[in-house]
Design a protein around this ligand. Structure first.
Ligand code: AMP
Ligand code: TRP
Length: 333
């Protein structure tokens, strides 16, 4: 059976970018692929590669898990768990580090960006982050990994690590395919459409979070940077701000970008922005309501316990075989 694996870090407030690029996509895959198995986790070990406030992070770990469910992840068809509760992730991460070169990690764009921003020391885990990510994926023999555009390079190194390991020790890891959406793989900052909308942005003016109230969602969309051309057109180069808004409308409204352009042809940006503000406020409002229901239901811990046990069962078997392949441990008579 094909297996699909993905995760999100609990490192900041979830954004509309996370929702469109990753969470919503995962839900759609689950609905359209009844024959696949789904593993989905909260990547808390990844979050601590940069400093985190412990009590804040504990809260966010639950938040991410609840938001996955609010978005429509089916808990009966998903192994939903917290990464640090399955110790094999860190264990395999180490074994894979022994098959990864410093040079290839230093070339990662995200490492270069993040280490530039880091004021205090840069941890060694920030460098080895993609190896842990490879462990998350290879541990479950994932066939496919749905992520946003920013993770493409990490998926490539994961494939390289798997292929190298297989060449060295014999076929062992499944080489995964990235699943990057055609529309919405990179939602941009509303104030600076050259930058990705990110949980770690300095200002929240260009950032819509999944916890924003309707008034601020509408306000942020209304004040989103566009251009002075006044033409309804999807052109990422010449009109990047508008293209980003069209993308958001397209995904939330279930229309192709061309259909959105056609719908608003000949109208100014104001009407389009107003409608998009309403659409986004409605979508996020519905998500928040479900989120509250999930928190109130008290089912989250039971789902996460079940997820942890199922993930551990798979991971521990794979890990044992992996150690044997490498030649670790004792000879068994
Ligand atoms: P992170 O917040 O870095 O843990 O990312 C979690 C998931 O959301 C990954 O699959 C990212 O690729 C995706 N993602 C994050 N930001 C964006 C964005 N601005 N547009 C589209 N996808 C995103
Ligand atoms: N690094 C990913 C991100 O920042 C999160 C992540 C960790 C992940 N492990 C993963 C995504 C495994 C997919 C598969 O977005």
């Amino acid at each position: 059976m094909k297996r699909i694996v993905s995760g999100i870090q609990p490192s900041g407030t979830l954004t509309l970018g996370n929702y469109i690029g990753a969470i919503k996509r995962f839900v759609e895959l689950q609905q359209s692929l009844p024959d696949c198995e789904f593993y989905l986790f909260v990547a808390d070990l990844h979050a601590i590669t940069v400093p985190q406030e412990p009590s804040e992070m504990r809260r966010r770990i639950r938040d991410v898990a609840a938001m996955y469910l609010a978005a429509g992840i089916d808990p009966d068809r998903t192994v939903l768990f917290i990464q640090s509760e399955v110790k094999e992730h860190a264990e395999l991460g180490y074994l894979l580090q022994c098959n990864t070169y410093i040079g290839e990690l230093e070339r990662m764009t995200q490492f270069k960006d993040k280490s530039k921003k880091q004021e205090a020391g840069i941890t060694s885990a920030l460098l080895t982050y993609p190896v842990l990510m490879a462990a998350d994926i290879l541990l479950y023999d994932a066939d496919a990994v749905p992520v946003g555009e920013d993770q493409k390079q990490h998926l490539e190194i994961c494939r390289d690590i798997a292929i190298r390991f297989n060449n060295r020790y014999g076929e062992f890891f499944t080489v995964p395919e990235p699943l990057i959406p055609k529309v919405g793989a990179r939602i941009m900052d509303l104030q600076d459409p050259a930058r990705k909308m990110s949980k770690s942005a300095e200002s929240d003016k260009g950032l819509i979070t999944l916890y924003d109230d309707p008034a601020s969602i509408k306000r942020k969309i209304k004040s989103a940077v566009t251009d002075s051309l006044g033409l309804m057109n999807y052109d990422e180069e010449a009109q990047p701000g508008l293209a980003n808004l069209i993308t958001i409308y397209s995904v939330l409204g279930g229309l192709s970008p061309e259909a959105v352009v056609a719908k608003y042809q000949g109208q100014g940006y104001a009407q389009f922005k107003e409608d998009l503000g309403n659409l986004a406020a409605e979508s996020i409002g519905a998500l928040q309501q479900k989120y509250q229901e999930i928190i109130a239901s008290g089912r989250l811990d039971e789902i996460l316990d079940r997820g942890r046990d199922a993930a551990h069962l798979y991971a521990s078997r794979k890990m044992e075989k992996c150690k044997r392949k490498i030649g670790l441990g004792r000879i068994r008579k």
